[in-house]
Design a protein around this ligand. Structure first.
Ligand code: ADP
Length: 211
């Protein structure tokens, strides 16, 4: 089973994906994580991608499409994958169809802009483990007493200027995918402003699995 998680930055796609992969017997493919790993490794792709990412712009389609195709062809994707953050443009979705990657369901995470900005500006990443925390008093997950605040950093693209740009980019380049997949009868809308447990059960229900 292949799923696409669609929705604005900060909607919780990655968090829900982490929680449902095991239950569904699939792997998570996050193009954002793959790109950040390439940047850290200093590969040719990473060098090309970094400037776009820091500014909150999309990385050019040809680079991301090649990355996704290489990843989804690996043996661990045989039982299926959750594509989290791909496709993000119509040409990327068309490339997926051309590569004959079947898509069983597209989960569309809905969240208003003010909530997105609040969530992203409180997001912090744990340096060594990559775990995501929120430093907002109403955010989840909270860093526990065992987490040293000095080990948490803010992604460059979670800074206010880049957040605003990511939202503009999302509305313009990614939102058209909602109609693209609705027309194909594949879209399920879920409310991303509700607590995580509700998002997880709604996602499982949309895939036909038990919530
Ligand atoms: P978020 O969903 O929180 O915006 P991601 O980790 O998914 O963050 O992506 C971070 C950045 O990586 C994006 O702003 C973009 O620059 C790049 N990126 C990730 N996936 C894609 C994609 N499918 N197409 C183009 N750029 C991408």
């Amino acid at each position: 089973m292949n799923l696409i998680f669609l929705g604005p930055p900060g909607a919780g796609k990655g968090t829900v994906a982490q929680q449902v992969t095991e239950k569904l017997g699939v792997v998570q493919i996050s193009t954002g994580d793959l790109l950040r790993a390439a940047v850290r490794a200093g590969s040719e792709l990473g060098v090309k991608a970094k400037g776009y990412m820091d500014a909150g712009e999309l990385v050019p389609d040809d680079l991301v499409i090649a990355l996704l195709k290489e990843r989804i062809a690996r043996p661990d994707c045989e039982r299926g994958a959750i594509m989290d953050g791909f496709p993000r443009t119509i040409p990327q979705a068309e490339a997926l169809e051309k590569a004959e990657v079947p898509v069983d369901r597209v989960i569309n995470f809905n969240l208003p802009d003010d909530v997105i900005i609040h969530r992203l500006s409180g997001r912090r990443v744990h340096r060594s483990s990559g775990a995501i925390y929120s430093i907002n008093s109403d955010g989840v997950p909270q860093p526990g007493p065992d987490v040293n605040p000095d080990d948490l950093y803010q992604r460059d693209d979670d800074k206010p200027e880049a957040i605003r740009n990511r939202l503009v980019v999302y509305r313009k380049q990614t939102e058209p995918l909602i109609d693209f997949y609705r027309q194909r009868g594949l879209l399920s809308d879920i409310d991303a402003a509700q607590p995580l447990e509700g998002m997880i059960s709604d996602t499982l229900a949309a895939t036909g699995s038990q919530g």
